[in-house]
Design a binder for this molecule. Sequence first.
Ligand code: KIV
Ligand code: ZN
Length: 512
Amino acid sequence: MAWRDYLKDGIQLPDRVYVFDTTLRDGEQTPEVSLTPEEKLAIAKQLDALGVDVIEAGFPVISKGEMEAVKTISEAGLKAEICGLARAVQRDIDVAVDCGVDCVHTFIATSEVHMAKKLKMTKEEVLARAVEAVEYAKSRGVVVEFSAEDATRSDWDFLLEVYTAVERAGADRINVPDTVGFAIPRAMFQLIRRLKDRIRVPISVHCHNDMGLAVANSLASVEAGAEQVHVTVNGLGERAGNASLEELAVCLNVLYGIPTNIKLSEIYKTSQMVSSMTGVIVQPNKAIVGSNAFAHESGIHTHGVISSPDTYEPISPELVGRSRRLVAGKHAGRHGVEEMLREMGFSLTKQQIDEILAKVKEIGDKGGKVTDADLASMAEALTGSLPPEERRIRLEDLIVVTGNKTTPVATVRLLIDGKEYRSSHFGVGPIDAAIKAVKNVVSEVAAFDLVEFRLDSITGGTEALANVIVKLADESGRLVSTRAVREDIVMAGVEAIINAANRLLYLRERKP
Ligand code: KIV
Ligand code: ZN
């Protein structure tokens, strides 16, 4: 990687980074998210399979259900260290320890604003309480991680005093929360550097994403020597959330080359599971796990990835348990559409692909979307239709008028063997009127009966493409079936009828 050579000096990377997952605690504090103990256990098992080092299973003192969940997870025999959150008060610590956790994560705020306005405690009282809590938790025989809540907005000298005191009191790790996501990467770097000079136990960081900097701030902390990062799956958490597990794990592995215990191939599965259980949808353009993270639409990009995926994919989708997606939209190019159709099993001529591409662009220009199913239907419709030079009947124009107080009426203008014909007809609905008008004109060259008319929407929604299948029979009983796919139901019906009439004429000439 070109930039690595420029940055070799000046960063002090740890040999390995530990991943402390707080999806089941801070992640569950996402507005409107609440998980049952069973759901928490299922997620904990998946986090364990993913390879996180610590699972913060919850804040046991807050409710009976939470206590039950933390207890069940502690007893599940998982490889990860199971941790419970506790304020720096004896009761919280006791409740957590009684759930059978391996680790208690105890915290008290150290910023001026929190101490004065929330805790109503002096600095001396906060310092004493922090030490007491750590000593007490240690006396209960568990691993202790201590957090100075709102650390980044605290006075850094006081912060250092608190961390030094809790280390002396027996804390196994200290955690530095950027509680309201107010730090910048350079500030995190400086703070962790300062702490590293004085603290011997591992240093952890807990970055919130209020300014969209949670992952950057965590990485800056690692550059300064932090050995552990707090993360959540999909970046869930209070307000704008926490540093996202998937982004941090991939950055550490791919960009920094620092090992973690995370099995990257389990990332997507974990993200999907957490999204479905919490009901929090992953934004499509979210890095690594968003539905667009490995999707390519524009012609230049699809052509690039088909030739060589690394042209537009920084990592291969398989690395994180995903696969590439090519999308047909108005920016699509021939190569992409051709490749998508080939993957679906269609082998089309150049002309047919161009016809589909033109339709895709037309739909895209109107703001429409083309799904894989739409594309397949277009290809199926085309493979059953005649090449343009064999189509004797062509639609020039169609006007349909309908309304709640008007009998639907349609006017068509058709070219048959280059000669123009017009016709208007009433109908019980716009499709009926249009088909009758077409039939009027076409009967000049070929009489037919409409044996079947079937209309489906391919995907659903008001903008979905209409898929019309028709069966026509001529006087001799010859039967043809064709279909057409369009955003406009009436147009799809008319196109299907014209396709079928063309096919009847073609067969009549070739096989009288
Ligand atoms: O954001 C925060 O400060 C926290 C603490 C409990 C560590 O979640
Ligand atoms: Zn938090």
